[in-house]
Design a protein around this ligand. Structure first.
Ligand code: HEC
Length: 219
């Protein structure tokens, strides 16, 4: 970690400075005691501020981003690019009609399959439109889907190594406008959602037959 080693160097440098070794050489002019205290305090404040900025800004933040199973900046960036790449998915030839669904997906659902290219790489994707609303019926959804679209949930198979424990699936829940939705803690629902928590996408889809995390091919 570049941030950490920089912080260590800074610590050593400031420790010397606090001891006064730079100032109190053999021929140095004696320093007024009170001034010395003030300068030490100033240096100490400066030191802790710098440490704080370095460690929170560079170190911990960078580490946290890497270890976050979902909602980190890389996952959010990928999900936003994906939304652009899947523009017009409603017209993909492989898909289902409107059919009844259940919680946590919508009262009515619609499925689409395809390959999409994100930054030139092709990926398999399954898109599920989740429809809801007080007066929702299958006919109304078929007639004007846009009025009842509550969320768009997708599973996209990423490259090997993205999430080997879970078939390398990338999960996203978008609002009808393509904005990535967030969980109650404010974490974006994009990436390995919510790996390790025993809740949400991965842990429920782990119950699908055939270990492929897909329910719709289970019959
Ligand atoms: C409590 C269980 C549960 C949770 C949580 C859940 N799903 Fe599902 N999901 C299902 C079931 C059941 C189906 C099959 C429904 C159907 O189409 O008949 C399904 C279907 C899907 C499909 C269609 C592909 C397939 O065959 O499985 C996608 C895509 C999908 N879910 C995405 C998500 C995403 C993204 C999340 C998290 C934001 C999520 N799901 C959370 C149960 C769940």
């Amino acid at each position: 970690m570049a941030g950490i080693s920089k912080a260590i160097l800074l610590t050593q440098w400031l420790r010397e400075l606090l001891k006064g070794e730079h100032i109190k050489g053999k021929n140095a002019i004696p320093i007024n005691f009170e001034e010395d205290i003030v300068s030490k305090r100033t240096i100490a404040i400066l030191f802790f501020s710098l440490m704080f900025i370095l460690i929170t800004g560079l170190g911990i933040n960078a580490l946290a981003q890497k270890d976050m199973p979902f909602g980190g900046s890389e996952d959010v960036l990928f999900a936003n690019k994906l939304w652009t790449a899947m523009d017009g998915y409603e017209d993909w030839p492989m898909g289902s009609g409107v059919y009844p669904g259940a919680s946590p997906h919508g009262k009515f659902l619609k499925l689409y399959y395809n390959m999409v290219h994100v930054e030139g790489t092709p990926y398999h994707i399954v898109v599920k439109d989740n429809f809801g609303g007080e007066d929702v019926t299958q006919e109304k959804v078929a007639e004007s889907p846009g009025d009842y679209l509550a969320a768009v949930t997708i599973m996209l198979q990423r490259e090997n190594g993205y999430d080997p424990d879970n078939n390398n699936w990338f999960w996203v829940k978008y609002g009808p406008d393509g904005k990535i939705l967030k969980n109650p803690k404010g974490v974006a629902l994009a990436g390995r959602v919510a790996k390790g928590t025993g809740q949400a996408c991965i842990s429920c889809h782990a119950n699908a037959k055939g270990d492929d995390y897909l329910f719709t091919n289970d019959q």
